[in-house]
Design a protein. Sequence first.
Length: 505
Amino acid sequence: MANPLYDTLFGRHAGSDAPFLHLPDGGQISYAGFLAMAARIAGHLSALGLKPGDRLAAQVAKSPEALALYAACAQTGVVFLPLNTAYTPTEVTYFLENSGASLVICDGAGREALGPIAAGLGAQVATLNADGSGSLMEGAADHSETFPTAERGADDLAALLYTSGTTGRSKGAMLSQRNLLSNAQVLKDEWRFTSDDVLLHCLPIFHTHGLFVATNVTLAAGGAMIFLPKFDVDAVLHHLPQATTMMGVPTFYTRLLDDARFDGPATQHMRLFTSGSAPLLAETHDRFSARTGHAILERYGMTETNMNTSNPYEGDRRAGTVGFPLPGVELKVCDPANGQELPQGEVGQLEVRGENVFQGYWQMPEKTAEELREDGFFITGDLGLIDERGYVQIVGRGKDLIISGGYNIYPKEIELVLDEQAGVLESAVIGVPHPDFGETVVGVLVPEAGQTPDADAIMAAAGEALARFKHPRKLIVLDELPRNTMGKVQKNILRERYGDLFTGE
Ligand code: MLC
Ligand code: AMP
């Protein structure tokens, strides 16, 4: 095939009048209409000089046009680099520098801040607003609704998705066409997606979950999506009757359960609810079953690996587990000290191998070598076990990571900002349980001798440097941090001490 990703997910729907996107205003976009939009964008990207393998960074609101940009990248062979809309210009600058993106797409309001940065890095800029206006679509309008699909192979890169790391420096996970396609096909089959499915899509489309899991599975099945700009309880309840399936992070489900309108009758017609990106509490799973009669299907994945495991479609979906390795995925529980596989039932570090596993970190061979073994196993940093029935349970994280509402936050990145502030000697950032976001960020500060750090000034500095979802929800000042005999900060002690700040337990 000339371009496996484009041909399999997009091209085969050419000429189809079947609905692809149902919009909140009642409008809809057919497959043919979507592909025409994508082809026009592809023509424009090409006219701007983008070639296969070039990187396109997009920090844009969720919209049909933003999704068509992904399809246009597949069709032109351009590597798609979506960015969280919450990232500050400071954060985006790093991604542009590191990726060497040749085109940056932002909304009109962001142009003022990003334009000079992009120009300084030799990148072009185009705008795309939430309503589809802006220079990208103006340029695209001059192009044909067909585009000669660029020749690409399954091993060519399709996307670069940045994930933070324990050192505070983000790494671009290189995802090939094969990585994305293999996972889409496996999930479509495992979760029984067909062209009759209508997925209620309220996830962001700058991460694996909303972009690849939800969208690629729908495309692979030829189904449709109710494409909402974001998660909102009222909107979900309004559109639920037209949906057959929904994918979410645990916060979606706890928020829905907090609304009495979300009940058995409202969900009776639904075929499937899936959850991932963060641990779904067994208590949430049980409440959901008791309220609706549906067992949420929990699965486990990562940016670097797409999806690794899933509870069964048919069979027991066990609360507190992430199910079985997907077909084509090998999963081992290993001793973190030496990488040796551990006996069934013992807790260790999860390692995975398969066509789903990424190609390494963009221009970071050393980081790649630390996490991706030569035999193809990826060291996930998650701690877990395989139980007596073969279900994988995630029991913790070996990596210093906070997951808030499905977004990953690496404490080091925040500590680097806090440590720079006047009057701060050092800091430790921890995640503590939070009733809405699952976990949230707490900053613990040690002042320099005789100083009183100014909390407002510190939060203002965090606002400049870091996306809002990474900001500490509370700052605590201590005389010193608890350390072990090796001098390492004992975050477990801090987590225990401040564990009930938000839950009040
Ligand atoms: C928004 N805020 C958050 C936040 N999201 N703070 C912490 N954590 C989050 N996740 C901020 C807002 O900026 C706002 O700031 C305040 O919190 C309250 O906003 P809100 O209106 O309640 O938030 P909302 O816009 O409703 O967003 C919450 C959410 C959203 C849960 C709907 O975060 C979301 O869609 N999360 C999904 C993340 C996701 O898709 N993850 C997949 C990663 S892929 P202020 O200024 O008002 O205080 C992956 C692999 C895999 O992990 O396995 O899938
Ligand atoms: P990301 O880097 O955003 O792709 O986040 C991946 C991380 O999210 C994984 O390494 C896990 O720690 C976590 N994760 C994803 N799905 C689950 C799940 N179902 N249960 C627990 N943790 C999960």
